[in-house]
Design a protein around this ligand. Structure first.
Ligand code: SAM
Length: 306
């Protein structure tokens, strides 16, 4: 089952105009996109997803609502190229609902879940070249350690990377639960059951496989600069690394640079171009938290172009 996180809050925050141009950077199973499309009878929706299954499912679903949309099977980091080809210079609203969808997690063949045995894959785009298996079996100990530390913030990154190198000398690690066993062996049962390091190691591998953080930075920078006056960007993040990036980029464009603080006038190109709509990230309602556990870690940030 697919659940769209904070659906009502997202739609309200987008402040949708009937004639507007909207970009859903993370189409998924079109829960949010359906609501956008219903509200833009005279507008147009462009949506991206790296996952072909999400694109084909959502295409059929959206056709039941309207035909004023176009879907791209592509990474949202490349939105500039796709939107330029459509001759779109400015957009009324962008939505980023980051991470993976429940159908991706639930399908053990995709390898996103550390609770189900499947091939160690984790590619959002089934056509991309590097999978988690490639990384686990070919990266150096130092690189693995760095990834686990940087993208998982896992304290035991060093011992986990070391044990992976030992294990793969015997036999390549190809299954999700094999990797979970290696992690358990490296940190010991006590630490494992208390801290669940497999959660963070899987997160780190997923971020590396899909280059998630750099894609987010590239796309957000683009979206801010190609947003109509009064247009909105809504971002839902699911862990602190993503949230930090969003917060910092929004800060950069909404505040006057230190250098100019206190000066009587600020050159036009250094003036803030966005305003932050909610200073504190918005979280899901209690009712939603009861319905969907994934909403627990969701944080919504919203800005408006000025
Ligand atoms: C949480 S789901 C989106 C759910 C969607 N909002 C809904 O209501 O159904 C995130 C989706 O974004 C896609 N995705 C994540 N990062 C991406 C990227 N950099 N480029 C393109 N698609 C991406 C994933 O494949 C997944 O389908």
């Amino acid at each position: 089952m697919h659940y769209s996180v904070m659906k009502e809050e997202v739609i309200e925050a987008l402040n949708i105009q009937e004639t507007g141009i909207y970009v859903d950077a993370t189409l998924g199973y079109a829960g949010h996109s359906s609501e956008i499309l219903k509200r833009i009878k005279k507008g147009i929706l462009f949506a991206f997803d790296a996952d072909k299954e999400a694109i084909s499912y959502s295409h059929q679903l959206l056709l039941t609502i309207g035909s004023n949309f176009k879907l791209f099977h592509a990474n949202f980091k490349d939105m500039e190229k796709y939107l330029k080809d459509e001759k779109i210079e400015e957009v009324d609203g962008y939505l980023f609902d980051l991470g993976v969808s429940s159908p991706q997690i639930d399908n053990e063949k995709r390898g996103f879940s550390f609770m189900k045995n499947g091939s160690l894959d984790m590619r959002m785009n089934q056509d991309s070249k590097i999978s988690a298996q490639d990384i686990v079996n070919s990266y150096s100990e130092q690189s693995l350690r760095d990834i686990f530390f940087k993208y998982g913030e896992e304290k035991q990154s060093r011992v986990i990377a070391k044990e992976i190198i030992n294990a793969r000398k015997q036999k390549a690690i190809t299954k999700t639960l094999e990797l979970v066993e290696v992690i358990k062996k490296s940190v010991g049962a006590n630490y494992f059951y208390k801290n669940h390091p497999e959660r963070l190691i899987f997160q780190a591998l997923r971020i590396e496989v899909n280059q998630e953080l750099s894609s987010l930075e590239i796309a957000l920078e683009y979206a801010i600069k190609h947003l109509k006056k009064g247009g909105r960007i809504v971002v839902l993040t699911f862990h602190s690394l993503e949230d930090r990036i969003v917060k910092n980029i929004f800060k950069k464009y909404s505040e006057v640079d230190e250098v100019f603080k206190g000066m009587p006038s600020i050159p036009l190109e250094y003036q803030p171009i966005i305003k932050i709509i909610n200073k504190k990230a918005i979280q899901a309602s209690n009712q939603e938290l009861q319905e969907n556990s994934r909403s627990k870690s969701a944080k919504m940030r919203v800005i408006e172009r000025i």
